[in-house]
Ligand binder design. Structure first.
Ligand code: UGA
Length: 466
């Protein structure tokens, strides 16, 4: 990390959600003096006591450190930002009607800040706002001396601190050299690549990045469906493709479909921005449609594995959050699928290590084994480590039928098979249990009996082979 000597800034942060709180904690740990404003009095009181209202690994220590060093404070009062040299807008921009992001929180904040901001302060938008929103922020603010700039965030829930501290790049959208200098000072200790561009391009970088990543996922999910139909293994296909550096191995894990508070909103946001200028984004639209198909496909796979009608079936559901290491269930494929399974008449028991129990449309269970009591099928919907580390001996004693549908492909299928489970996955061959009198597995794909010495390397039998 670089040096901040004599260069610490007085920073204001508006909004203490995922982005605001992570930014506040990280910037204070870099040495800046940070004042974070949130209008939720209850939340501010909690934060002053070092209580973190969200689940984000490592954030509690960073906040406690900032409070202890007196470099971080929380308030409900905008006036506390009167001496800030730079103020970051970190407010929610939920999806409004027609997919257009609702930026009314930004409007309210800009109007409130107008009377407060110091002369020549920099107002930096970190929230994901529609392309061109900075023109409106300038109007709402009505202050010619304040520079409005864009600095999109690329934080992932669950790894937000690492993403903040070791960013792949920092994008600054601004055209005022003094403002650019202040923003560079903000991030000086990180030694990350800083890309300076015009404000509109910076706003678009965020939407384009999220839409591209969502498209990559939709593509690999389509490949998974094709693998399943042809007997190929999407894991091997993704690895083979990803080794080409132009493609890359990241964001190549197939699953039940992508979700969360960003990709669904931002892909729709991008297509709505385009239609406002009479453009149709066929690739992004197809990625959205393909994602809906992936959810339908996953639901169909689960239904096909029930031996009884759904109303006579018990399903043990593992996972509710949209991915692991977060408590966020917004637009979660796991919630969507659980809801559909409940609607089908199935008795669905849910366990998730971090989600609120109220989030399940089914029945809450206190641990993964309680969720699978007398289950006809175990369904893995979120890739928590806890599910990868499961005790299959114990699990075998709780279920009625030893069948797992692992939508995230995280379960140790060979270990499960050695305890009598059949493991079905998306885009990968099904793994069958070892016959009691055999010394190995029968690999249907190759028509071979394979020895126990390679059992641990997950010998499988292809679904597609008659
Ligand atoms: C996403 C982006 O990755 C961040 O760069 C961005 O800053 C953030 O949105 C935002 O706009 O604020 P996040 O929504 O936290 O971050 O989650 P991701 O880790 O990107 O996952 C999104 C979805 O894709 C999840 O449903 C996840 O399960 C799925 N996914 C991800 C896969 O199915 N496979 C993968 O290989 C990766």
């Amino acid at each position: 990390m670089g040096d901040l000597k004599n260069r610490a800034l007085r920073v204001g942060i508006v909004g203490s959600g995922y982005v605001g709180l992570t930014s506040a904690a990280c910037l204070s740990s870099l040495g800046h003096r940070v004042t974070a404003v949130d209008l939720d009095r209850e939340k501010v009181l909690q934060l002053r006591n070092g209580e973190i209202p969200i689940f984000e690994p490592g954030l509690d220590e960073l906040v406690a450190d900032g409070l202890g060093q007196r470099r971080l404070r929380f308030t409900v009062d905008y006036k506390q930002l009167a001496d800030s040299e730079i103020v970051l807008l970190c407010l929610p921009t939920p999806q409004g009607p027609d997919g257009v992001p609702d930026i009314s929180c930004i409007e309210t904040a800009a109007r409130d800040l107008a009377a407060v901001l110091a002369p020549s302060a920099v107002l930096l938008t970190k929230s994901t706002v529609p392309v061109g929103a900075h023109h409106r922020v300038r109007e709402w603010l009505g202050r010619d001396d304040v520079v409005v700039a864009s600095n999109p965030e690329f934080l992932r829930e669950g790894s937000a601190i690492a993403d903040f501290m070791e960013p792949d790049r920092i994008v600054i959208g601004a055209n005022d050299p003094r403002a650019i200098g202040i923003i560079e000072r903000l991030y000086a200790p990180l030694e990350a690549e800083i890309q300076v561009t015009d404000v509109t391009s910076a706003e678009l970088v965020k939407y384009a990045s999220n839409s591209f990543l969502a498209t990559k996922l939709s593509f690999i999910n389509e490949m998974a469906r094709l693998c399943e139909a042809t007997g190929a293994d999407v894991d091997a296909v993704a690895r083979g493709m990803g080794s080409d550096r132009r493609i890359g191995n990241d964001f190549m894990r197939s699953g039940p479909g992508w979700g969360g508070s960003c990709f669904p909103k931002d892909t729709r946001g991008l297509t709505s921005v385009a239609s406002a200028v009479a453009l149709e984004l066929t690739i992004t639209s197809a990625a959205i449609q393909s994602n809906e198909e992936q959810l339908d496909y996953t639901y169909g796979r689960i239904m096909s594995l029930l031996e009884q009608p759904p109303c006579a079936s018990t399903i043990g559901g593992w996972g509710l959050t949209f991915k692991a290491n977060t408590d966020d269930v917004r637009e979660s494929p796991a919630v969507h699928l659980t809801k559909r399974l409940v609607a089908s008449g199935a008795n669905v028991m849910t366990y998730d290590p971090a989600a609120a129990k109220e989030a399940t449309p089914g029945t809450w269970a206190e641990d993964p084994y309680a969720a699978t009591q007398d289950a006809d099928l175990v369904v893995v919907l979120t890739e928590w480590d806890e599910f990868a580390d499961i005790d299959f001996g114990r699990l075998a004693l709780t279920v009625k039928r030893p069948v797992i549908f692992d939508a995230r492909s995280i379960v140790d299928a060979a270990a499960a098979a050695s305890h009598g489970f059949t493991v079905h996955r998306i885009g990968r061959p099904t793994v069958f249990p070892l016959a009691e009198d055999s010394a190995g597995y029968f690999d249907l794909t190759r028509g071979l009996m394979l020895g126990a010495e390679i059992a641990s390397t997950e010998v499988t039998a292809g679904d597609a082979v008659p």
